[in-house]
Design a protein around this ligand. Structure first.
Ligand code: AHR
Length: 496
């Protein structure tokens, strides 16, 4: 039998709520048709924002939303997206399908979305094709209360109150779509752009530098060297952004059992990325003033969707739910190292929470994981030891194994939240849960699983994969729980 030993009495690090963040980009159906219906749409909306999507997002308590990209960010002119909608310039979205961007959705709408969903805004600036002046003015537009050209423009556009945007990305993937730079060249530009990303209206910017693709340590080492060692003054960097897409094993809804394991194996690799990147950052920043931000992550399936579907649209199965759950468990367990993370992308793109089709909307298995895991936000990470068997499978690069089970736990006063995944595709696992120096007064259990490992929700069958109440384990200091195959379980405990 597997065993999970928890030590609720030992206060671990606080789980930053920001690791439950999301990302929206002007790409495919994410903004237009996803977040945005438009003010004249027959789809119920509030000043253009889809009511159904906003309401759904509120359920997962999004702490932060990143916008406008992605690759799109490094070719975005923010002034195009403010002011009278009818007069906004149209531009070609050079990264995503060469479609014409109408700029109907812009900064003021993004802030309204954040306010409506309770999220903090995180704006990614344009380093690739933009200038420090443009970025500086954008920050002033957002954060200066009044009395300057930029702030008066915001007031004239209907927002008397400043937006107090704290999080600013200084470019995105500048090793690739954000300008194809070397770490040294980007480091020089970073310092220049960051200098002018100033504090306006008392809001100190939290500036996020472009970090590696995956676990590329060469980019991080060379960039940090440039930022910290080649200049005399401090670099003014608060965050370093890593991106990690786990693939890719079979198609979104068509995959073998080996591919099921293959994707979960790749997803779990993010733990190596976190420990390697943080260790490298510690060499340059032992006091951990710079936070690790994983501002794009998720599954990116192979195989193009049908032609009439928007770019990077993909279905989302119980396998994606396990990718999300496993990854969030890793973030929770590494609460000392990860400050923020943003799943890519909220609606209709890659591993989304929500899919829309005209007026219809469906919540994905990944959505439900975020809803189940929301109680971890801001809790103290609880130290744990998990003894689990492994599953062997034939991966794309030869035989591999993954642990059958994964878990994380957090505590808020007497509330203990434990989340567990069983990656075994066909077999249940019984787990003995042992609480050191604590006793349980009450437990509620919820389980998310599907009839098959490819199970997913559709517009016609929207309730195929969703959490359902389960029999709660009994006991006070030792409890035994059976985890269904291919499932995610949440135990909400009250400690006595
Ligand atoms: O999320 C899709 C794209 O993936 C983003 O635009 C880019 O940053 C990454 O390569």
């Amino acid at each position: 039998m597997a065993k999970l030993t928890l030590q609720p009495g030992l206060a671990g690090h606080r789980i930053s709520p920001m690791i439950y963040g999301h990302f929206i980009e002007h790409l495919g159906g994410c903004v237009y048709g996803g977040i945005w219906a438009g003010q004249r749409s027959s789809i119920p909306n509030t000043d253009g924002l889809r009511d159904d999507v906003v309401e759904a997002l509120r359920r997962v308590r999004p702490p932060v939303l990143r916008w406008p990209g992605g690759c799109f960010a490094d070719d975005y002119c923010w002034r195009d997206g403010v002011g009278l909608r009818g007069q906004r310039p149209r531009r070609v979205n050079i990264h995503w399908g060469q479609i014409v961007e109408t700029n109907e959705f812009g900064t003021d709408d993004f802030i309204r979305l954040c306010r409506a969903t309770g999220a903090e805004p995180y704006i990614c600036g344009n380093v690739g094709s933009g200038s420090p002046r443009e970025l500086r003015d954008w920050v002033e537009y957002c954060n200066q209360p009044a009395g300057t050209a930029q702030s008066e423009m915001r007031v004239a556009n209907g927002s008397a109150q400043p937006f107090a945007v704290r999080f600013w990305g200084i470019g995105n993937e500048n090793w690739g779509c954000g300008g194809n730079m070397t770490p040294e060249y980007y480091g020089d530009l970073y310092r220049r752009f960051a200098t002018y990303t100033a504090a306006f209206g008392g809001t100190r910017p939290f500036r996020i530098a472009c970090g590696p693709s995956g676990h590329d340590t060469d980019w991080t080492r060379r960039l940090l060297h440039r930022l910290f060692r080649d200049y005399r003054s401090g670099p003014g960097v608060e965050g370093l952004a890593a991106h990690y897409y786990c693939g890719g094993a079979g198609a979104a809804t068509q995959f073998s059992e080996a591919q099921w394991y293959g994707l979960l194996h790749n997803a779990a690799f993010i733990e190596t990325l976190i420990t390697e990147q943080r260790a490298l950052m510690d060499e340059f920043d032992p006091e951990r003033r710079i936070k690790l931000v994983v501002d794009e992550w998720g599954a990116w399936h192979e195989g193009l969707p049908a032609e009439d579907l928007p770019l990077l649209w993909q279905q989302n199965t119980v396998r994606d739910a396990l990718v999300a759950a496993l990854t969030l468990d890793i973030f929770n367990r590494h609460a000392d190292s990860v400050f923020m993370a943003n799943l890519a992308q909220t609606v209709n793109v890659l591993q989304s929470l929500i899919l829309t089709d005209g007026p219809r909307m469906v919540l994905t298995p990944t959505f439900y994981v975020y809803e189940m895991y929301a109680d971890h936000q801001g809790g103290q990470s609880v130290p744990l030891r998990l003894e689990s068997d492994e599953v062997s499978f034939e991966g794309a690069e030869g035989p591999r194994t993954i642990p059958c089970l994964a878990a994380s736990a957090s505590r808020k006063e007497t509330a203990l939240t434990v989340t567990l995944t069983n990656a075994h595709a066909r077999e249940a696992r019984e787990v003995e849960i042992v609480l050191k120096d604590a006793r349980v007064a009450e437990v509620q259990a919820q389980v998310l699983r599907g009839g098959a490992i490819q199970a997913h929700n559709t517009f016609d069958e929207p309730r195929e994969v969703m959490p359902r109440p389960a029999r709660a384990p009994e006991g006070a200091g030792e409890l035994s729980v059976t985890l269904a195959p291919a499932s995610v379980t949440k135990l909400a405990m009250k400690l006595s």
